[in-house]
Design a protein around this ligand. Structure first.
Ligand code: PEP
Length: 250
């Protein structure tokens, strides 16, 4: 049984003060939820306050990015060790916005995944095709390259804990969601690829869906057998909406 994992990707939203307001609002709303893993991913500047306020609760904290070196002359970068010391458990890697605007490639994604594990963080690795790639019938090729290149050097015993987020680029922030069947087909493909890379451990890997997940579509998406959670942008920013998403099964 794979425990569902619901993660909010805040992107470039919420100052530290706004983070305090959100966390204090969401904590009592989610108290006692233990059948779903709950993660919030604030910007770097809010991580400290988020981990402090969620200590000893059922809410975990992730970062949205990291750099693969531990330290050195890399102005503006943050290492996995720094995030771990702040109390992070997760880190999003290879989000399509980072691939599109910040030049991330499968090679940098691979380095980031390995360094996240080395720092004791669990990577949430984003993959997904653009609308053009889907229209050209290239979904399988695109996802396969992202997974094979991105996960190079992983071995099942150490890294079966990885989380994959299937996020079709055309569905992110557009209000256009993949149908549950479209999403599940991609998730099945990803699990097949993971089985080739990780063997039996692939059965335990959680694959999240991301792309305009909202309280009114979450239930049917999560009802699909290979969808094990969601990575949520816009709808994770308000406490009442995030509560409904986390409690999708109730
Ligand atoms: C995301 O940023 O990962 C995302 C899926 O965004 P949204 O839910 O807003 O589409």
């Amino acid at each position: 049984m794979r425990k569902p994992i619901m993660a909010g990707n805040w992107k470039l939203n919420k100052t530290p003060n706004e983070t305090i307001v959100f966390v204090e609002e969401i904590k009592p709303l989610l108290a006692g939820v233990d059948d779903v893993e709950i993660v919030i991913c604030p910007p770097f500047t809010s991580i400290n306050v988020a981990t402090y306020l969620t200590k000893n609760t059922n809410i975990k904290v992730g970062a949205q990015n990291l750099y693969w070196e531990k330290s050195g002359a890399f102005t503006g970068e943050v290492s996995g060790e720094m995030l771990k010391e702040l109390g992070c458990d997760y880190v999003i890697i290879g989000h399509s916005e980072r691939r599109q605007y910040f030049g991330e490639t499968d090679r940098t994604v691979n380095k980031k995944i390995l360094s996240a594990f080395a720092a004791g963080l669990i990577p949430i690795v984003c993959v997904g095709e653009t609308l053009q790639e889907r229209a050209a019938g290239r979904i399988e090729q695109v996802i396969s390259t992202q997974i094979r290149e991105g996960l190079k050097g992983l071995n099942a015993r150490e890294h079966g804990k990885i989380i994959i987020a299937y996020e079709p680029v055309w569905a992110i922030g557009t209000g256009q969601t993949a149908t549950p069947e479209q999403a599940n087909a991609a998730h099945m493909l990803i699990r097949k690829l993971l089985t080739e890379i990780l063997g039996e451990a692939a059965q335990a890997v959680r694959i999240q869906y991301g792309g305009s997940v909202k309280p009114d579509n979450v239930k049917e998406l999560l009802a699909q057998p290979d969808i094990d959670g969601a990575l949520i942008g816009g709808a994770a920013l308000k406490a009442d909406s995030f509560e409904k998403l986390v409690k999708f099964g109730r």
